[in-house]
Design a protein around this ligand. Structure first.
Ligand code: NAD
Length: 422
């Protein structure tokens, strides 16, 4: 169900960065510092599965930059996880946190395996062994993981519990801040589960206001019906939008009268994917990207809208809810065709923003009301959306380069002030 692309994601991240360096006229030193991650941690660890079999797993934690604060970024469980993918994702986290104005750098990690093939008990064993293998390569003031594709609050709870139990008894309570995206009872924040999807919706609203576009009755196509995709569908439906097409790793479906987001979520939970959903017409992946709609929301994985898919789009706007779903050729075609593009580092930053609020709550032993989290998220998303639009206009570039330019200027300033020592 993927486009079969073998493109190198880190090369794409490098090329996007070069464009932004040129736009802000960055000097060679800044380019040199930011072109590679600071640390690349790879661990191989054995796990005794419930079957009795011992299996080796390969895990990653890439720490791109921490000039503005601790490394921060998700942990991905997926069979395609590999070094250049996690390097690209860690790099994007640096720009995302700098753009959002939160005191973090960029990191990303994961394990190369397919979590759907394992029981909950085995997932717990794998997660705990991975956390143990990472040891002090993570930490509340050093590198703070969060959920990403294939992981959720339960995985974060196990990760936090393992890390805390490896510390001295009298220090354990302060260790909850080692990961974010935990369940509420384990120190998670109100609003964290839906935060990424909610942030995507704030961007859609900001875009619609500027365009004078009415979201009531707007038609959406959403690729990926996991945490991010399903929350975008649910929140947009509440605003009167219609989800006319959806797709995931098991298949693609269309219904021009609109699909019911809650029913879709229930179906996915029971059937572990959209496959077989009865109240829609099954379509191909090619048909999905050519569906008549207003807003296309790639919310699954990277490298999904390449030149071919971009040529067949029939929408007014693409919003990158996933990380890296549009490659450079896809972006060029989208721009040539006059379709708006809201880039990932802006669109999906709601997750890391509320992760920051969770981290603050943990450090202060506080627990904020949902309304407070939601208000703060909306204000910040709106602010960075407007800043990105203004920067893009000022430089005469697309929104991605505008967003990168804001982030790079902050990094340039912090290196200018701190210098390199020793
Ligand atoms: P998830 O695991 O909850 O859901 C992933 C979805 O993608 C599932 O519906 C899955 O079926 C689908 N998918 C997987 N492989 C596919 C394929 N080959 N073709 C079509 N669909 C496929 O993950 P998520 O947390 O919703 O993350 C989705 C994207 O959003 C990722 O790019 C992730 O990095 C990004 N993101 C997530 C968060 C977060 O808070 N969870 C934050 C920022 C960015």
């Amino acid at each position: 169900m993927s486009n079969g692309s073998k493109q190198n994601l880190f090369k794409m991240a490098e090329q996007q960065l070069e464009r932004a360096f040129d736009a802000i006229g960055a000097d060679a030193n800044l380019r040199a510092i930011l072109s590679q991650p600071k640390n690349e941690v790879i661990v191989h660890f054995p796990v005794q599965l419930t079957s009795g079999e011992v299996k080796m797993f390969k895990g990653y934690r890439i720490q791109h930059n921490n000039a503005l604060g601790p490394f921060k970024g998700g942990m991905r469980y997926h069979h395609d996880v590999h070094l250049d993918e996690v390097k690209a994702l860690a790099t994007w986290m640096t720009w995302k946190c700098a753009l959002a104005g939160i005191p973090y750098g960029g990191g990303k990690g994961g394990i190369k395996f397919s979590p759907r093939e394992y029981s909950a008990e085995d997932l717990e064993r794998i997660t705990r062994r991975f956390t143990h293998a990472l040891g002090d390569n993570i930490g509340p003031e050093w590198d703070i993981p969060a959920p990403d594709m294939g992981t959720n609050s339960q995985i974060m709870d196990w990760m936090m519990d393992t890390y805390a139990n490896l510390k001295s008894t009298n220090n354990r309570q302060t260790m909850r801040a080692v990961v974010t995206g935990k369940s509420l009872i384990c120190g998670g924040s109100q609003g964290r589960t839906a935060a990424t999807g909610q942030g995507v919706v704030h961007c859609i609203e900001a875009w619609a206001e500027r365009k004078g576009f009415d979201l009531d009755g707007a038609r959406l196509a959403i690729q990926g019906y996991g945490n991010v995709g399903s929350n975008v569908a649910r929140i947009m439906a509440r605003k009167g939008a219609l989800v006319v097409a959806v797709g995931d790793h098991t298949g693609y479906f269309m219904n021009q009268d609109g699909l019911n987001p809650a029913e879709l979520s229930q179906w996915v939970q029971v059937h572990r994917g959209l496959n077989g959903y009865p109240k829609a017409e099954a379509i191909s992946r090619e048909q999905f990207f050519g569906v008549e709609c207003d807003i296309m929301v790639p919310a699954a994985l990277e490298l999904q809208i390449l030149e071919e898919e971009a040529k067949s789009l029939k929408c007014q706007m693409v919003i990158e809810a996933a990380n890296g779903p549009v490659d450079l050729d896809g972006e060029r075609v989208i721009q040539e065709r006059g379709i708006d593009l809201i880039p990932d580092v802006l669109a999906n930053s709601g997750g890391v923003i509320v992760s920051y609020y969770e981290w603050l709550q943990n450090k202060r032993s506080e627990s904020w009301y949902k309304e407070r989290v939601e208000e703060k998220l909306e204000r910040r998303m709106r602010r960075i959306y407007d800043q990105t639009v203004m920067k893009a206009e000022e430089l005469g570039v697309g929104m991605r380069t505008g967003a990168y330019a804001i982030a790079l200027e902050k990094l340039k300033n912090v290196y200018g002030a701190r210098g390199l020592w020793p």
